[in-house]
Write a protein that binds this ligand. Structure first.
Ligand SMILES: [Mg+2]
Length: 350
């Protein structure tokens, strides 16, 4: 039986800013990138700001409307990177097998002979006492369950899903908590009246396969809490992208644009979370006969804004998609990433 720890720092960028400036403690705080008057985006909101509905990737003007009293500070990527490095060093002392998923999130596999729960407790305590940061930790028998579990107990949470309890733990959770169950998938799942992960586990697997292909099998196994994916050594993102295969090749522009929309939101969220701006947007199109084209556009100023990424993606789609031919796959990528660190370009005065 494997023992997997999932660690996620709580409101990481905001927490570091509080650590460096205790006056910000317990206040609604927004770590932001970009110009608030124009195209600024929320990177991280403190939990106090989240209470007003502020969240990552939200345009700053909207965040300021929801929470006018919020204190807004610019993203300082290099500062957070250093704290991240210290956190990951503590994790690596506990286990040589660590997969860092992002600047504030990682998996560690603990060898079977050790008590993973007490190792995890120790890690959480050390990160608090030695660095001063809060994190949430989940322990489970695989990556999928540990990740889902972690999100259910944030912030400052700790949870252990015992071997054999995976399916029971997941069953009552709403379906959107399952990684990969995006809007498109969830819409299709309404056919089986799937509202919870348990509903999905009970959906007829043959029908899921017919509807989703291989992906249907993933959904079924995930709903049962089964996942044997290994931890993989990390690499820094050079780009952030998403792609999706249509279940049937399509020439339906509305369907294609809807999926693109959703993927642009995802890419924007990930950019904001990681504190990056993209200079280049890349569209990938694969036709039914597997011929694939990629076309890109470079922005006049770098962005993490979903609306701007979407506008680029749609321009590229309209310019380069041969509408006589059905598409099998579309992808959207943010390339040429730069760290959103410069306070000078931000003009964070209201
Ligand atoms: Mg986090």
């Amino acid at each position: 039986m494997r023992q997997i720890i999932h660690l996620d720092l709580d409101a990481f960028y905001a927490a570091v800013e509080v650590l460096l400036n205790p006056e910000l403690k317990d206040k609604p705080l927004i770590v932001a990138m970009g110009n608030p008057r124009g195209r600024g985006v929320v990177s991280t909101a403190s939990y106090e700001a989240r209470r007003f509905g502020v969240h990552s990737a939200m345009p700053l003007f909207e965040a300021a409307r929801l929470c006018p009293q919020a204190i807004i500070v610019p993203v300082r990527h290099h500062v957070y990177s250093e704290y991240s490095r210290r956190v990951m060093a503590i994790l690596r002392e506990a286990s040589p097998l660590v997969e860092q998923v992002s600047i504030d999130e990682a998996y560690a596999e603990i060898e079977p002979a050790r008590d993973a729960a007490s190792v995890a407790r120790d890690i959480q305590a050390r990160i608090k006492s030695e660095i001063g940061l809060d994190c949430t930790i989940a322990v489970a028998t695989n990556k999928l369950v540990s990740k889902v579990a972690c999100n259910t107990v944030k912030p400052r949470g700790f949870i252990v899903i015992a071997p054999g309890e995976e399916e029971k733990f997941l069953a009552p959770l709403p379906i959107e908590k399952l990684p990969g169950a995006g809007k498109v998938t969830r819409t299709k799942l309404t056919r089986w009246n799937v509202k919870t992960i348990g509903d999905l586990a009970n959906a007829p697997v043959a029908e899921l396969r017919a509807e989703f292909g291989k992906w249907g099998l993933y959904l079924h196994q995930a709903a049962l809490g089964q996942d044997d994916s290994p931890l993989v050594a990390e690499s820094k993102p050079k780009s952030i992208s998403e792609e999706n295969t249509f279940e049937r090749d399509t020439r339906d522009a509305a369907q294609i644009e809807k999926l693109l929309d959703e993927m642009c939101d995802g890419v924007s969220r990930e950019l904001a979370r990681e504190g990056f701006l993209a200079r280049t947007v890349v569209l990938k199109l694969r036709y039914g006969d597997f011929t694939t084209i990629t076309r890109q556009t470079t922005l006049s100023s770098p962005t993490a804004h979903a609306a701007e990424i979407r506008a680029c993606a749609l321009r590229l789609l309209r310019a380069y998609w041969d509408r006589r031919r059905a598409l099998r796959l579309v992808g959207i990528g943010a390339h040429n990433l730069i760290e959103a660190t410069s306070a000078r370009q931000m003009e964070l005065k209201w």
